[in-house]
Write a new protein. Structure first.
Length: 209
């Protein structure tokens, strides 16, 4: 039994957006293929803001909390600078994602959360931390805690973009190069001499064929 072939005059549905588009950088500023800069830069605000929260809490359990409160302010400022840098390269990756797709919608939520978190920490630094001696106020601590919770949600979405949708992740053919194995087997030599000759065999991922 043969399957019906589409008629020559029948219109075909347009192909959907290609995932390959979102794997390639729109600019060298976003990092080379397979090595995006955004995931590396986001470690700066994440680490700085988590450390600032630890300093906030610690300022309530030491005799002289001034150095911890001051350190927390510096860490928040460093995190804000890192977040602005991460947003810059993150925008470049956003431009590579086809619009109207679940990946693009997820990226927009991810971006919106990150911008809101950055603004929250900026307001925290500007209005809730007077710089006076004493432990960090509970209002500033609560705002930091809420901001970090939102940062966790944003991080989950960022992981989904990379590991579920493959944004800026190298294609499978490139990944397969990292899983080729070389095995050595022994074969009996031929000719006038006797002995063994090592033979090298390269085994490739069967998915490549």
């Amino acid at each position: 039994m043969t399957q019906d072939q589409p008629s020559a005059g029948r219109p075909t549905e347009p192909a959907g957006p290609s995932p390959a588009q979102a794997k390639r950088p729109v600019s060298i500023l976003a990092g080379p293929y397979g090595h995006p800069i955004h995931p590396a830069v986001v470690a700066v605000p994440i680490g700085a803001w988590i450390a600032s929260f630890v300093f906030d809490l610690a300022s309530h359990v030491v005799d002289d909390p001034t150095f911890l409160a001051q350190g927390a302010r510096w860490l928040i400022a460093i995190g804000i600078i890192g977040a602005v840098a991460a947003a810059g390269v993150g925008f470049l990756d956003l431009f590579a994602i086809p619009t109207g797709t679940p990946a693009h919608r997820t990226a927009l939520v991810h971006m919106t959360l990150n911008l809101g978190i950055t603004v929250a920490f900026a307001l925290n630094l500007a209005f809730l931390r007077s710089g006076e001696a004493g432990p960090v106020g509970w209002g500033a601590i609560v705002l930091s805690a809420v901001s970090l919770a939102a940062l966790g949600v944003s991080g989950f979405l960022g992981g989904k973009l990379a590991y579920a949708y493959g944004i800026r992740v190298a294609d499978e053919a490139t990944q397969a190069a990292g899983f080729r194995t070389t095995s050595t087997s022994t074969t009996t030599g031929t000719g006038t001499g006797t002995g063994t000759t090592p033979a090298t065999r390269t085994t490739e991922d069967p998915d490549q064929h």
